[in-house]
Design a protein around this ligand. Structure first.
Ligand SMILES: Cc1cc2nc3c(=O)[nH]c(=O)nc-3n(C[C@H](O)[C@H](O)[C@H](O)COP(=O)(O)OP(=O)(O)OC[C@H]3O[C@@H](n4cnc5c(N)ncnc54)[C@H](O)[C@@H]3O)c2cc1C
Length: 647
């Protein structure tokens, strides 16, 4: 293939960059944003000349919103998106129930935000631009491989070949969603060719990933035989369909209607399965606005669905696939749809893609800053199990939602007409909302990063590392002039490049004794301060970012230490203590003890403990106790994950 390309191309130039990102979809854009904030130079290349106005994804789930909060971009998203609080159930044109979209507890962002993918991508482009990074449009990655450095055989780098048309035009590609085959060579353009050397390549080039194909990474899974029609536009009807509406059609087909912005709606209709001899190209050729209008009208008959304007009409088929591995030789990483692709049911794809980027960015930044060994990149494989889980969930939701025909129709009818409202509501509470919850309950396997302390006595079933760091309310220590301020733990553990060390103590007295009085816990503040003051400068001296990173903190520290006290003794509330900081953090009070309890620390045994939260806000280490032994365990933990380049 390369020979053909070079025949019709201007000579190749070679450039170098620490990180090359292939694909300017939402995942590539977010990856570029995170790395840039972490001080890493990136190039992001995108084959298309503009963001597609046609949005696949609509929902951004609470965990992703939490991540946007850590990155400092939540306000931009909240201002554009909308939270839908109700969903309607229709039989034909008759509304039989309106159910609340239940909110998740334990997170500040309790419901999903609806925002079209084009707007999500647009916001990332805008934020990237503020950081001085522009997407290089028109550039297509053709090939990539890991090569040995000829000057230093122990080193490798990535060599990628890019091309950009300089004359002629590329053929239009069919708009088939869910295709996973590589696009064929399709034009007689003349191209400019570039060879790019990079330390790392991130393949965020979508479901048909060129990188995945070129590296021969298998993409096993299934392609479903179902057809789903999608239409975006404006319509008139005598039924309102405000909010999300799920309609069991009079014609026994399922239809969903979701409000978009600017007065537009998305309507998706399950259109059965591919018949023998039917293929996607043929379906798309036959699919007209009139045909869709009739199908939608048949669903809500005897009401009519009258289309006013159409922004998009297409058909898609579902693939459920996961790349065999996401990490190629610790140099090339697959992220987003390039790594996993699934049914849109439950809205997982974009969300887990963005979370891939969030998992990877800080690891790359640490390695490029020479503060962590390359082996830390191997832990990116923890995303594979998360993809499997998301695929399984969306597969289940897809199967449930595609139940159509007379029996499914009767079952639903019986449920909505016969079961009393109170019981229905209770059942509803028990089930919802699985898709948002699943993303909040991401739990990484044990690996070099996620470890319990060998000295910890906590039983693994009581608290497991690898989980999302629980949030909760704490307050600041009141000052002479100022009142205590309430804030969320996630606002303390904010940022995207630091480990957060949380020191949980039950009570802090000024006494020089560390005696534990039965029933009353005491932690000696001076001893605690001594341990923290010993810990912070020691590690700061060894491991800091080379230059400040832009993640919401003003220093170069790789970790922050904060103390969460369940109760403060008299010394601490005295004026001597006011505004006092400990190490490089502060003391916060957990009056309700609920934060202690989320991290499984008892407030009565006087021990507390130390928890390490990774830069992506997952708990990676936990040890009981706050004395010398516990700090040694924390020392040992950091030494083992950051050790290779410590001296
Ligand atoms: C109908 C539908 C509804 C969906 N709804 C939801 C939802 O509500 N919530 C959710 O979380 N997910 C949803 N998804 C899934 C979601 O759209 C995808 O997971 C998401 O688009 C993945 O983003 P990405 O950046 O990985 O890939 P893409 O969005 O596919 O972006 C890849 C980019 O790479 C570019 N590219 C490809 N090859 C190259 C190359 N060789 N060189 C340079 N550039 C290249 C492409 O032009 C493209 O811009 C839905 C999907 C569908 C089909």
């Amino acid at each position: 293939m390369l020979t053909t390309l070079l025949r019709s191309s201007v000579p190749s130039a070679t450039t170098s960059i620490p990180v090359l990102i292939a694909g300017g979809g939402p995942v590539g854009l977010f990856q570029a944003y995170l790395l840039t904030k972490l001080g890493v130079s990136v190039r992001i290349v995108e084959r298309e000349l503009a963001i597609s106005p046609l949005s696949k994804a609509l929902s951004i789930h609470p965990r992703t919103l939490e991540i946007f909060n850590f990155c400092g971009i939540i306000d931009e998203f909240s201002a554009r998106g909308k939270v839908l609080k109700e969903s309607n159930i229709y039989f034909g044109n008759r509304r039989v129930a309106t159910m609340p979209v239940l909110s998740l507890r334990k997170t500040h962002y309790s419901r999903a935000l609806f925002l079209e993918q084009a707007k999500t991508s647009g916001l990332f482009v805008q934020e990237l631009s503020k950081l001085g990074v522009e997407v290089e449009r028109g550039w297509e990655l053709l090939d990539a491989k890991v090569v040995e450095d000829s000057n230093d055989k122990s080193r490798t780098y990535v060599e990628s070949i890019l091309r950009k048309p300089i004359s002629g035009s590329r053929a239009d590609r069919p708009a088939i969603l869910g295709e996973v085959e590589l696009l064929e060579e399709d034009s007689d353009c003349e191209y400019e060719i570039q060879t790019v050397r990079s330390d790392y390549l991130i393949a965020a080039d979508g479901g048909r990933s060129t990188v995945r194909h070129k590296l021969n990474i298998p993409f096993p899974g299934i392609t479903r035989n179902n057809k789903t029609f999608i239409w975006d536009g404006t319509f008139e009807s005598d039924i309102s369909m405000l909010g999300v509406s799920n309609i069991t059609g009079t014609n026994k087909k399922n239809m969903r209607c979701i409000p978009l912005s600017d007065g537009l709606y998305r309507v998706a209709i399950d259109a059965g399965v591919f018949e023998a001899g039917e293929d996607m190209e043929g379906i798309l050729k036959d699919l007209t606005v009139e045909k869709f209008e009739k199908l939608a009208s048949d669903c809500i008959a005897p009401s009519r669905f009258k289309i006013k304007e159409t922004a998009w009409l297409t058909c898609f088929k579902v693939n459920e696939r996961r790349a065999e591995h996401f990490n190629h030789k610790n140099r090339i990483f697959l992220a987003g749809d390039a790594a996993h692709i699934q049914s849109p049911s439950g809205g997982q794809g974009l969300n887990i893609g963005l979370q891939d980027a969030h998992n990877l960015a800080w690891k790359i930044a640490l390695v490029l800053n020479k503060v962590a060994p390359e082996s830390v990149l191997g832990t990116y494989d923890e995303r594979e199990a998360i993809a499997d889980r998301a695929i399984a969930l969306s597969s289940k939701l897809f199967t449930e939602s595609r139940e159509e025909g007379t029996i499914a129709f009767m079952k639903r009818r019986a449920y909505y007409l016969i079961v009393p409202s109170v019981l229905k509501f209770l059942i509803h509470i028990g089930f919802a909302p699985e898709n948002s919850r699943a993303l909040l309950e991401v739990k990484y396997k044990k690996n070099t990063l996620n470890r319990d302390s060998a000295t910890s006595s906590v039983h693994s079933s009581a608290f497991e590392v690898g989980i999302r760091a629980p949030d909760g309310l704490v307050r600041t220590v009141p000052g002479a002039q100022e009142k205590a301020k309430e804030l969320r733990l996630h606002d303390i553990t904010t940022g995207i490049g630091r480990f957060h060390i949380l020191v949980f103590v039950s009570d802090m007295l000024a006494s020089s004794s560390t005696t534990v009085i039965p029933g009353i816990s005491t932690t000696n503040l001076k001893e605690l301060e001594h341990n923290i003051d010993d810990f912070v400068p020691r590690w700061r001296g060894k491991w800091s970012y080379a230059s400040p990173i832009s993640d919401g903190h003003s220093d170069n520290d790789i970790f922050k230490v904060n103390v969460i006290a369940a109760k403060l003794g008299p010394y601490v509330t005295s004026s001597a203590f006011i505004n006092r900081s400990v190490g490089n953090g502060k003391i916060f009070i957990d009056d309700s003890k609920s934060v202690h309890s989320s991290y499984n620390f008892s407030c009565t045994n006087g021990h507390g403990g130390i928890v390490v939260v990774r830069p992506d806000s997952q708990v990676s280490f936990r040890v009981e106790g706050t004395g010398e032994r516990a700090w040694k365990a924390a020392d040992h933990y950091f030494a083992s994950i950051l050790s290779a380049v410590s001296s």
